[in-house]
Design a protein around this ligand. Sequence first.
Ligand code: PLP
Length: 485
Amino acid sequence: MTTVTDGSSAEGTTAKGSQDSLRHERRASLEHGLSLLMSAWEEFDSARPHQPPVSAQTTDLLASGLPAAGVGVRRALDEAAAILDESLAQSRPRFFGYVGSSGLESAVLADALAASHDVNLAAESEAAHLCEQQALRWIGEFVGYPTAGGAFTSGGMLSNLTALMAARTEALPDSRVFGLQGARPVVYCSAEAHSSIERAAELLGIGRSGVRSVPLDADRRMRPDLLADMLRDDLASGARPVAVVATAGTTLTGTVDPIDAVADVCEPLGVWLHVDGAYGLPAASTELAGHLFTGLDRADSVSLDAHKWMFVPKACGIVLVRDQSTLAKAFCHDSAYMVEEEGYAHPVDGTLEYSRPFRSLKLWTALRSHGADAFRTAITGNLILAQTLARLVREQPRLELLVESPQLSVVPFRFVPDQPGIDLDALNMRLARALQSDGRVYVTSAVVDGRACLRPCIVNFRTTAEDIRALVDLAVAVGTELAQG
Ligand SMILES: Cc1ncc(COP(=O)(O)O)c(C=O)c1O
């Protein structure tokens, strides 16, 4: 007989022991965890004087073997906080690298709640499913896309892959069963599209050689006239256009392709139009930048990362579609362990992932807490800071702007010393690394038109004009030191 309560039998002892080892003083742990969270949040309000290096203590801890016995939750949480303190946190206001984020507090709390309940969105989940559907409608309304559904994903990569899988299934309906069977599928995108498009093409059997890179106009936007020429030539040669991907905010320079004109090319040919707005699409909600996204409502699918410019923590990618049945056609499967009764389809039949966490709850909670206008204001604030940065760069004789009028919030620029004969590309690559080691700002390098530069991206609601001035001053000061040294 198993006696769990007093542990008097061998079986009972095992059952009780295993329960006890995962139990802890929950309230004390929670209070401690909350105090660590509050300290982090207070720290993120302003820039830290430097980024601490990974300490010897952390290095030792992270080289240790599997612990047979635990140290207790309080100590483990302290160690976790130390690891985080010595990591690069995108939530800090002077993190300008890549396309960062903010770790919005209300969404962090919702994420903790979602993790506790650990709902699985692959199968029926009652209110969680309704919440995901509502969050999809809300974000569609926010950016002006008449969505009929979609899914929350792990990010832009998975959203783009999902959309292109739906497009491939539309263009080549038998491909799920028989493969590509000698078809020559082609995907078109801007020469500066994100590499996730190439990756998706590799995964979908289209191959990198099936990705046509459409040349850019003087404003770095995909040229619809050349896209039309490419499509015509490919159709004439028997290739099969699967999709055109317009980027709504390129990662390199924040440029938005002319979506309406691209849709004009796609529609008569019946070619799927996908808009990759993983980074830039939230700006469609603003008065300042909304006009750049005209034609978005004509897209067949759209990607947007709420963990970028909607400020919520990772992972919170979104793919939206105009026709939900396209996702069902691309992903439905019969399985004996998830039986579908009376026409009911499990949500997994419209997504690539199986087990799927309740990612939408953090965006839902954030929108419900603060309201859409607060997001629009924060995004507008970032757009204005990008204009301020461009102006400060123009005014500073030692800096050169590489994109004369940035459309969104990426502002590539480089340091140009007054000493002649210095290799500017090598100097600016070193400058990016030197600023990262300095730790007062974090900015990454990029290459625009063959010229190495710094590529700050502003997508954090905590960033202020003072932070922007600090970036400019530090780029000049550290750049001058490097050039002299
Ligand atoms: C335009 C664009 N698409 C796709 C991605 C990939 O997004 P994720 O890193 O969330 O997979 C990015 C990332 O920066 C991006 O800027």
